[in-house]
Design a protein around this ligand. Structure first.
Ligand code: FES
Length: 255
């Protein structure tokens, strides 16, 4: 279930190059939110253009999102001031099934895929699990939310160019840590998700992935976000990332 709510901007902070953290007062949407879901925010005059932004965390009536400026819509969003009111639709999509990931889940985020994993970590901790997080970034300037993760769980950080923390990829850490894991969940670019799914499969550990796709309507009414999935008889079928996902069992995805 999702609703449309007019949400007041409580905070809009620049986190780094083109990256913003926004807190919205969304008392009705937070009541329904689960980790891995997203909101669809009307961006711009006339509010014709909506942009999907994944939910980072939620507390009380506040919803925290982190977004990257990629075009006119997200640029408009980055210029909003405290007190402005936004037209927000959410929570949308199917999130992560944290329960199915067991007592020692590993949550992996790559780049702008990092923020939604913080909500997952918190959900797992609330359920009594002992999660770990692996966060991958391009370089030192792109590192976000590291302290928030460290406050919650054991956290590993990698950078592609070695300018901060471990030089390498999230998959290098996962290969070392997967033996003790009861489940793996990940959000980030598709090649990263594919590599993670293969490592989890080899280790015999369940894996859930959140797919980043271009979106239009956000509610299953257009075909912009189609992704190839495997049906039970092995044939390819197409699903909507916005409605059937964004989270899928890795085994379901046609890589
Ligand atoms: Fe329109 Fe998914 S964005 S069907």
């Amino acid at each position: 279930m999702s609703i449309q709510e007019n949400c007041r901007v409580v905070e809009n902070t620049r986190l780094g190059e083109g990256l913003y953290l926004m807190v919205l007062d969304a008392p009705e949407i937070v009541k329904l939110t689960q980790c891995g879901q997203f909101v669809h925010i009307a961006c711009g005059e006339g509010h014709l253009l909506r942009r999907p932004i994944s939910i980072c965390t939620w507390q009380g009536s506040h919803l925290r999102i982190v977004f990257q400026v990629k075009g006119d819509g997200t640029k408009w969003l980055s210029e909003r001031k405290v007190g402005d009111v936004l037209d927000v639709l959410g929570p949308l999509g199917h999130g992560f099934d944290v329960q199915a990931l067991g007592d020692r889940p590993i949550f992996i985020g790559g780049g702008i895929g990092v923020p939604p994993m913080l909500g997952c970590v918190r959900t797992a901790v609330e359920k009594g699990a002992q999660p770990a997080a692996i966060l991958g970034f391009r370089n030192k300037g792109a590192v976000i939310l590291e302290g928030d993760f460290r406050d919650e769980c054991e956290t590993f950080v990698t950078t592609d160019d070695g300018t901060y923390a471990r030089h390498g990829f999230v998959t290098d850490v996962l290969k070392e840590q997967v033996a003790g894991a009861t489940g793996v969940a990940a959000c980030g670019p598709k090649p990263m998700l594919k590599a993670i799914a293969a490592i989890a499969k080899e280790a015999g550990v369940p894996c859930q992935v959140s797919m980043e796709e271009r979106m239009g309507c956000g509610i299953g009414a257009c075909l912009v976000c189609a992704c190839a999935l495997k049906s039970e008889n092995g044939e390819t079928r197409y699903g909507h990332v916005c409605k059937d996902g964004p989270v899928f069992n890795a085994e379901e995805v046609e890589w």
